[in-house]
Design a protein around this ligand. Structure first.
Ligand code: NAP
Length: 264
């Protein structure tokens, strides 16, 4: 395989981590397939990537919809298939679960979990047939520390952790890699998008975090040197240990923090 001719399919490429990752991989010579709902954003990104000498393709899709995911897969296959699939599309919501509209919870499960699982089920067998490939799922440290205020979001990321680990163990020893990126706070539109949703409060981490470009650089390195899991930033590798050792403390402090933060 010539790495420079590799095709990377990136969901949620219209902003934040997905956009920065598409730019980074395009600079490295990969052909990037950009997927999201906002056509104008994707087209602008494609134009910029091509102006810089890269190659990009746009597929507009609402990944909460099964029919759109299948269309994405068929379109990518028609062009020769994918070498890398980055399941990045996702969104959050902050507040008491009882305040979360079911419509939002369902959409979150459809995008954060459903799209990643469905696209993986479509692309993984093709990667196994071609005997190479890498599936990278964008998780969160919320998957390791279940937190008040992000019940469905954290559970969706825990699902991705478990799903990825299982697939990693199923594919170990083959040339198909599966990884999860456990990301801490990143300065993107993530918090603003959450706040725009019905009944959501401000995500407490909205003013802190690493840049999307930093995450993109780590994803690029992950592709070069595949691993089951990476943490961004690295020191957040302590999070599973924190939950095991201090979960009892969060049982006490967590409810107070949510009471103070929600809708203030
Ligand atoms: N930012 C953080 O602090 C943070 C921390 C940990 C993990 N993460 C994870 O990182 C990933 C990327 O988030 P981000 O921070 O880059 O946020 P972002 O800037 O809001 O980007 C989210 C992306 O997901 C896409 N998306 C959302 N719903 C979609 C749908 N129904 N169909 C297709 N695309 C959809 C959006 O595109 P359209 O709106 O154009 O469809 C957008 O491109 C998410 O999985 C998030 O959970 C973020």
């Amino acid at each position: 395989m010539n790495r420079n001719d590799s095709v990377a399919v990136i969901t949620g490429a219209s902003s934040g981590i997905g956009e920065a990752t598409a730019r980074r991989l395009a600079v490295a010579g990969l052909h990037v397939t950009l997927i999201a709902r906002r056509l104008e954003r994707l087209q602008n990104l494609k134009t910029q990537i091509e102006a810089a000498g890269g190659r990009a393709k746009v597929i507009v899709a609402d990944l909460s919809r099964e029919v759109d995911r299948i269309r994405v897969f068929e379109s990518v296959q028609a062009d020769g298939g994918a070498d890398v699939l980055i399941n990045n599309a996702g969104f959050g919501w902050y507040g008491y679960f009882k305040e979360m509209p079911w419509k939002t919870a369902l959409e979150m499960l459809q995008v954060n979990v459903g799209a990643a699982v469905h696209l993986t089920s479509l692309f993984l067998p093709e990667m196994q047939k071609q005997n190479h490939g890498h599936i990278i799922n964008i998780g969160s440290i919320s998957g390791s520390i279940p937190s008040q205020g992000t019940a469905i979001y954290g559970a969706s990321k825990s699902f991705l952790d478990s799903f990825t680990t299982a697939l990693y163990r199923e594919t170990r020893g083959t040339k198909v890699n599966v990884s999860v990126v456990r990301v801490g706070p990143v300065l993107t539109e993530f918090c603003e998008t959450a706040l725009g949703r019905e009944n959501s409060g401000h995500v407490p981490t909205e003013k802190i975090g690493v840049t999307a470009e930093h995450v993109a650089q780590r994803i690029w390195q992950l592709w070069l040197h595949p691993k089951r899991v990476i943490y961004i930033p690295r020191w957040l590798g302590v999070t599973p240990w924190v939950e095991l050792s201090f979960g009892w403390l969060e049982d006490w402090i967590g409810p107070l923090l949510l009471k103070l933060n929600y809708k203030t």
